[in-house]
Design a protein around this ligand. Sequence first.
Ligand code: OOG
Ligand code: NI
Length: 271
Amino acid sequence: MEHAQFFDTLWNEYTKRTPSAKLIHELFQSKGESEILNDHIAIRTYNHPEIGVEAMSRPFLAVGYEAKGEYRFEKKKLKAVHFEHKTDRNAPKVFISELCVEELSSKAQETIKNVVSAIDFNQLNTEQLVLQGRVWGTPSHATYAALLEESEYAAWVYVYGFCINHFTVNVNALQNFETLESVNQLLKDNGYAMNTSGGEIKGTPAQLLEQSSTLADKYSVEFQEGTYDIPSCYYEFARRYPQADGELYHGFIASSADKIFESTDVKQAAK
Ligand code: OOG
Ligand code: NI
């Protein structure tokens, strides 16, 4: 299937920035999980018209996806939309968020305006923005640090650009692990640090979705000022519960997502 190939490409690109995801994938395989399905993937961007959620969603719409739920994160100044494949129920959902840049300080707005205006759209495949990474040259560590003070999300996008922020293991489809607790235990036994913001497990069976995630890997990034290790991407785990009609719940829970975002937070990583 067309979209399966596209997800393979995205996975290969993501695991270069997130070596732990590949190792955890192999760890599951060593525990007898021969086919690991993805619940969803996630993408981050700024709400500039040419690179916002709509622009980022194009390659997914082209392979049979449609928009489903909308979410708002007031404090983090984010909006998100999730997309589902129209016919393939095993296809990963796609969660795309964007920063509401106009809600930041005028200084941060100016910084992001300059970043976006450095993009040469004529040189880009705008139908597949998510494969392009950072399209505005070598970042400045001073700019990164300034953005970080206001919005961890803004700073992360500045460094990594357009890419997959995380893949998510579909825990329901695992053969040998039923609960999210057992998945988390395996990860901790193997030395992986979990995102504990809002508790190790976000959401409850009553909310029909439980989620957990690793803390983002540390990745060496070349800045104009030199090389710094900063958080890159993480791996998530999701267990869904059936709704009244017997179908598994297929949305996202904003209060849980709010905490999942913090998997890339340097403050938590430093603890
Ligand atoms: C997205 C965080 C939200 C979820 O599954 O609720 C999320 C991000 O970190 O970009 O992935
Ligand atoms: Ni997620």
